[in-house]
Structures are given as structure tokens and as C-alpha cells.
Design a protein around this ligand. Structure first.
Ligand SMILES: Cc1cc2nc3c(=O)[nH]c(=O)nc-3n(C[C@H](O)[C@H](O)[C@H](O)COP(=O)(O)O)c2cc1C
Length: 309
């Protein structure tokens, strides 16, 4: 199976809905994390998990929590929204998050992870998976974390095998992934740097136990990647048509949703950070889009770029 990774600011509910409409190759959509501040969930997070915004076949909301009370409150909200499956974020690497003991900030505290999981499974009959990094400061942290995770009936564990300070670049720790593959009792999903069919094939050969794959930036850059991994390669004319449809629907949805054109334009600029990889000179295409400061200029630029495709 192929899962869409949660990417805050990119794989929002508009992206997930439109992607599903145009490409239909993803088996599960993981929602970027929701979290609490002073006991409340911010509206920007709430709209990401509203049931009417998540009508795809399998949608998994993700929670970012510092302790068991937060875990219970967010699980309660998601249960009320009729989700049957939740993902716990043990991976977010940013200091603003980790310094508050959330995301990969929990990895050096296995007792805290245990407390959160105990509270959840005591109270809820929902399925829970975990999205994990290889550590906050060291891959050694995995040893105790894996022991804790093995004590609970998790649905699966998704591992991005980098430590927090690497953020999203630098070497992936193959040893860390192998360690978890050897010691975890749950199903293990690979995540990280799969941006081509070749990357996928190499990882598949390397980690024979892995059957399910979570892809993030690879899909944002090339929305055909899941289909290609499944052996379906479209002719260029059809690809162009689908990309055009994808773009048109994204723009239509943002325009309908936002209270002014400027905000829709900002969202489209962000979309192009990765979408521009579908055009021959990525940097030049993205620069031209970012320079289009009003909707008329933007539309003209989009037309020009598609005409060259
Ligand atoms: C801009 C950005 C936002 C992200 N937001 C989240 C998030 O909300 N929750 C999460 O678990 N991971 C998040 N991630 C991590 C991705 O889900 C994924 O683990 C990472 O990008 C590596 O996979 P990839 O190489 O296939 O993109 C984010 C990554 C990026 C680059």
C-alpha cells in the first residue's frame, strides 16, 4: 500500500481531496498533525479534521501531544468526528515542538510515551498507529521506544529514519531502520526520500519485510509516482491533461474557500514549491510563479508554463 505522508501546509484537505479526485492511487491519506494550545484546538487544525472535509476512503488524522490528558482530549474529538483510526506523532523535529516535549521531543522519555499509550488504550477502542523518527539526538533512543511500542496493540509504525536535528535532509539511517525491522512486533512502514520508482525498488529490495510505504515530497513533486510504482505509466499528453486538471481544481477550491484572492494566490504559490518539478526548468518556473503578484498575472504565467509542457 502507498500512504500519503502528512505535510503541514502542503497536504491540506484541499490537496487531499483534489489529489484523490484526479489521481486515485493512494491507499491512505494521513492528515498533518492537530495539537492543543492552552487546552483548545486552533480553528486552523479543526478544519483539517472536519468529517465533511475528509471523504476519502481511508483518512488518518494525526495528533501531536505532550501528555496523556492532551492525548485523551484529542482522541475524544476525533472519535466524535467518527474516525476509527488515529496516528500519534513521535517525529516532528522542530525545536519549537520538541522543546515542549512533543513530537520527537518524546523519544528520550519512553516512560512518557508509555503513559500516553496506556491512557489511550485504557479508554478508547480506536486503532492507533505511530509515526516515528530515529531519535531526538541519537538513534540509541530507539531501543527503549521500540520496547514500549511492543507492549501495545498498535496498528502499525511508520518510521522516518533520521534524527531530529537532521530535519529532512542528510543521510537516512539504514541501520536504525534495520534495527526497528528486527525488533518491532508491529507492521513497519518505510518513510523517507522516495522520489522515484528506482528509490522505491531499492528500498523494497533492501527491506524485504516492508509492504507498505509512506511518500511525501516525492508525490508533491511527481503526483504520478504512486501510479508509476504500481506499474502504470501514462503518455505525456495524458499526463499534461491530468496536471492541468489538478491545477485547475486546486485553484478553484482555494478561490471558493478563501475570503480573498490574495490568500488563494498565497496557497497556490506554496503549491508550486513542489508542483514546479513537473516543468522542465523547475527553478525558473517557480520563480516566475512567485513573481506573479495578482491573479491575472498568475493565470497568464500558468498558461504560459502549460503551453511549454
Ligand atoms: C513541510 C513539511 C511538513 C511536515 N509536516 C508533518 C506533519 O504534520 N506530521 C508528520 O508526521 N510529519 C510531517 N512531515 C514529515 C513528512 O510526513 C515525512 O515524514 C518527511 O517529509 C519524509 O518523507 P518524504 O521524504 O517522503 O517527504 C513534514 C515534512 C515537511 C517537509
Amino acid at each position: 500500500m502507498i500512504y500519503l505522508a502528512p505535510l503541514q501546509g502542503f497536504t491540506d484537505f484541499v490537496y487531499r481531496k483534489v489529489y484523490d479526485q484526479v489521481f486515485q492511487e493512494i491507499d491512505a491519506y494521513f492528515v498533518p498533525y492537530i495539537s492543543m494550545k492552552n487546552g483548545v484546538v486552533l480553528p486552523k487544525y479543526m478544519k483539517e479534521v472536519l468529517p465533511e472535509h475528509n471523504l476519502q476512503k481511508r483518512v488518518v488524522p494525526q495528533v501531536l501531544v505532550k501528555d496523556s490528558p492532551e492525548m485523551l482530549m484529542l482522541s475524544n474529538l476525533l472519535q466524535r468526528y467518527c474516525y476509527t483510526e488515529i496516528n500519534l506523532n513521535l517525529g516532528c523535529p522542530y525545536p519549537m515542538v520538541t522543546n515542549r516535549g512533543k513530537g520527537s521531543g518524546l523519544l528520550p522519555s519512553p516512560e512518557k510515551v508509555k503513559e500516553i499509550l496506556t491512557a489511550f488504550f485504557d479508554k478508547y477502542d480506536l486503532q492507533l498507529s505511530v509515526k516515528l523518527r530515529a531519535g531526538l539526538t541519537s538513534v540509541q533512543e530507539l531501543e527503549q521506544i521500540v520496547t514500549v511500542l511492543n507492549d501495545f496493540p498498535l496498528k502499525e509504525v511508520i518510521l522516518h529514519p533520521r534524527i531530529a536535528k537532521q530535519l529532512y535532509s542528510g543521510e537516512i539511517s539504514e541501520e536504525a531502520f534495520q534495527f526497528v525491522a528486527d525488533n518491532l512486533k508491529h507492521k513497519l512502514v518505510f518513510n523517507g526520500d522516495i522520489v522515484s520508482v528506482e528509490d522505491y525498488r531499492n528500498r523494497k529490495q533492501q527491506f524485504l519485510v516492508v509492504e507498505d510505504w509512506m511518500l511525501g515530497r516525492g508525490i508533491l513533486m511527481n503526483p504520478f509516482l504512486p501510479a508509476e510504482i504500481n506499474g502504470c505509466f501514462l503518455p505525456e499528453v495524458e499526463k499534461r491533461e491530468k496536471l492541468l486538471k489538478f491545477h485547475t481544481l486546486m485553484l478553484e477550491n482555494y478561490l471558493e474557500l478563501m475570503d480573498n484572492e490574495g490568500n488563494a494566490l498565497n496557497k497556490m504559490h506554496q503549491f508550486w514549491a513542489y508542483f514546479s518539478y513537473n516543468f522542465s526548468n523547475q527553478k525558473k518556473a517557480f520563480k516566475a510563479i512567485k513573481k506573479s503578484k495578482n491573479m491575472m498575472k498568475y493565470k497568464t504565467e500558468v498558461q504560459r508554463l502549460f503551453a511549454q509542457l
